[in-house]
Write a protein that binds this ligand. Structure first.
Ligand SMILES: *[C@@H]1O[C@H](CO)[C@@H](O)[C@H](O)[C@H]1NC(C)=O
Ligand SMILES: *[C@@H]1O[C@H](CO)[C@@H](O)[C@H](O)[C@H]1NC(C)=O
Ligand SMILES: *[C@@H]1O[C@H](CO)[C@@H](O)[C@H](O)[C@H]1NC(C)=O
Ligand SMILES: *[C@@H]1O[C@H](CO)[C@@H](O)[C@H](O)[C@H]1NC(C)=O
Length: 376
């Protein structure tokens, strides 16, 4: 019995939200405890919050007594006024600033360097803990960069806030609203760009949900930006992004094992007919044409085909292994040359060949957003 009560108390720390049926005698003091608010007793803030909460609670109870087909409950923001809830979103800009969003001059915040971690797990698959959304389909539009950024943001938000917070974020917002003045990895929108540009954009504008700004570029139209932060209220925001040391296998392994899914760039030229297994179809002696952005979701070892990287694509679930492809992970990665770097990689028409390592150049260009937060 004692054990049971301790368990209940512990569970309560995590999730002790009252049901609507328990609100009759509910108080601000209980609310503070249940939602782990940190207001100093009798401070000005405490008194203001208490007043707002009590008014909102009275409204909720009154509503629930009326004849409606649904009930209202208390939430983390029941101590905020309607005006405040709306006001939160006015800090987001709605005008895109082309000056700031220039990846050819941008500075990423930090580089993930290999730490030489020895005890990395034998295999990693972030899907197993419920922080990876179902596979999506970019259609005819070259929006792989946007799908990649969205998927990584969704996962990092869920890792930070708990898997109950796995969101479906708006790819269309990125396709239509992220400018690409220096033509990094393409001409922008359905003509290609890079995930880093998206991470930089979402640091400033946040990103709303798929349901408020749905994907419609499937048939290859970019469409003009229709993002209004007051209406579509961003749900997730990040603060800049990090790059993983290019062509360093240990660094990428550590990053995907300890931080979360990672946005990567890759040569997908030979993927058309891939159905299942561990792909090793890129030839290091030929041009490694980095032309695609995808998400690295983990790694492992196939009993028959050996070590692989687990990669999420955005060609629907019919592609490969339920939308995923496994790419050969070599014990000692070899290197090749990308002599067509403007297809999905370089900026401003810079055709200088780039050294790329790992099967299909998988180690060449990896990044992830920093401090990803769920705002609503
Ligand atoms: C609320 O409190 C009143 C009087 O203090 C009591 O009669 C009533 O049963 C309580 N209601 C609930 C739902 O606990
Ligand atoms: C709940 O609200 C408080 C402020 O009232 C905020 O600091 C906290 O981050 C919120 N928690 C969640 C999970 O939104
Ligand atoms: C998308 O549109 C561009 C420009 O009109 C065209 O070159 C390309 O072939 C189209 N892609 C598909 C898959 O239809
Ligand atoms: C990344 O850099 C930007 C721009 O300097 C800054 O606003 C942001 O806070 C930085 N992020 C982190 C996690 O330090």
């Amino acid at each position: 019995m004692m054990r049971f009560m301790i368990l209940v108390a512990l569970l309560c720390l995590v999730n002790c939200k009252p049901k609507w049926t328990q609100l009759q005698n509910y108080t601000f003091e209980k609310y503070i405890r249940d939602f782990q608010k940190e207001y100093k007793a009798d401070s000005e803030e405490y008194l203001t919050r208490k007043k707002i909460f009590e008014q909102n609670l009275a409204d909720i109870i009154a509503f629930n007594k009326e004849d409606h087909s649904y009930k209202k409950g208390v939430k983390n923001n029941t101590d905020e006024s309607y005006f405040e809830k709306k006001e939160q979103f006015s800090i987001f800009k709605s005008q895109v600033d082309f000056e700031i969003l220039d990846p050819s001059t941008r500075k990423f915040n930090q580089t993930y360097k290999a730490k030489g971690l020895k005890n990395l797990p034998q295999s990693v698959d972030w899907r197993e803990i419920g922080v990876v959304s179902p596979v999506k389909d970019q259609g005819d539009c070259l929006s792989c960069w946007a799908f990649t950024a969205v998927s990584v943001l969704e996962s990092h938000a869920a890792i930070a806030a708990g898997s109950g917070n796995l969101k479906t974020l708006s790819t269309q917002q990125l396709v239509s609203c992220v400018p690409n003045p220096k033509q990094c990895g393409g001409q922008g929108g359905c003509f290609g760009a890079v995930a880093d540009l998206a991470f930089e954009y979402t640091s400033q504008y946040g990103i709303t949900s798929e349901f408020k700004y749905g994907y419609k570029s499937y048939f290859n139209d970019t469409y003009e930006c229709k993002f209004d932060p007051l209406k579509q209220q961003p749900e997730v925001i990040n603060q800049g992004f990090a790059k993983v040391t290019p062509n360093d296998q240990q660094a990428l392994l550590e990053a995907v094992a300890t931080i979360g899914p990672i946005a990567i760039s890759i040569d997908s030229t030979g993927w058309d007919s891939y159905e299942e297994g561990v792909f090793d179809g890129c030839d290091y002696s030929e041009n490694i044409n980095i032309d695609h952005a995808v998400v690295l979701v983990g790694y492992g070892t196939d009993p028959k085909y050996g070590d692989y990287w687990l990669v999420r694509n955005s060609y629907g679930t019919e592609f490969g292994e339920d939308g995923y492809i496994r790419i050969k992970r070599e014990a000692v990665p070899q290197c090749g040359i990308d002599s067509t770097p403007t297809n999905g990689f370089a900026c401003g028409g810079d055709e200088t060949p780039i050294k790329v390592c790992g099967m299909c150049g998988i180690l060449s260009d990896s990044s992830y957003p920093l401090n990803v937060k769920v705002i609503v």
